[in-house]
Design a protein around this ligand. Structure first.
Ligand SMILES: [Fe+2]
Ligand SMILES: [Fe+2]
Length: 190
């Protein structure tokens, strides 16, 4: 069933909201990880995420709408499932997991027969950046973990933590699908 204009505006608002939340989390992390090289990467990454949120805002306007308020059920449940990460390594792991989810969602949308030209352009533009986001975050996560946890021990622990987060996030996402279907009227993840 083809999504209605209303439901697309909701979905674009959801994407927009996720990009803004991503930028907010990165800004907090940037104040914790003072390494100069990481500062450069954070700056570029934040620039990308705020631009992505603007691209979704433009897409919403093009559809003749304004951003709508997005329910925060996913974030709330994710916070409950994972616990609030306090150390920087866990924050990196959380970022990797939510970036992976965003990438998967965008790929599913791209593959949908209902993806229109204007949205395709935005998705292609954004997806190109998401790859390096995941790559540098994951790399830095292991670098930090190795430094702090004494070579392989720390890295192994970080790997397990990332796997744990992936598993829990997946459970939360599955639980949220029904809710999303009822909010949007459809799901590209079906
Ligand atoms: Fe993004
Ligand atoms: Fe990203």
């Amino acid at each position: 069933m083809e999504p209605t204009r209303e439901s697309l505006i909701k979905l674009f608002s959801y994407y927009r909201d996720a990009e803004i939340r991503g930028a907010g989390l990165l800004m907090k992390m940037m104040q914790r990880e003072k390494d100069p090289e990481a500062q450069v990467l954070f700056s570029r990454h934040i620039d990308d995420e705020t631009r992505h949120s603007w691209l979704w805002t433009e897409r919403i306007k093009k559809a003749g709408g304004l951003p709508v308020e997005v329910p925060d059920g996913y974030q709330r449940r994710l916070g409950k499932a994972l616990g609030i990460p306090v150390n920087i390594i866990d924050l990196f792991a959380l970022t990797v997991v939510v970036e992976e989810r965003a990438s998967r969602r965008y790929a599913e949308h791209l593959a949908s027969p209902y993806c229109d030209e204007a949205t395709l352009e935005v998705l292609n533009n954004i997806s190109a950046d998401e790859k390096w986001h995941i790559a540098w975050m994951e790399e830095w996560l292991y670098k930090l973990a190795a430094k702090r946890g004494g070579e392989r021990g720390g890295e192994q622990k970080a790997r397990e933590q990332l796997e744990r987060y992936r598993r829990l996030e997946n459970e939360v996402f599955e639980e949220m699908k029904d809710f999303e279907r009822s909010w949007l009227g459809f799901s590209f993840s079906d």
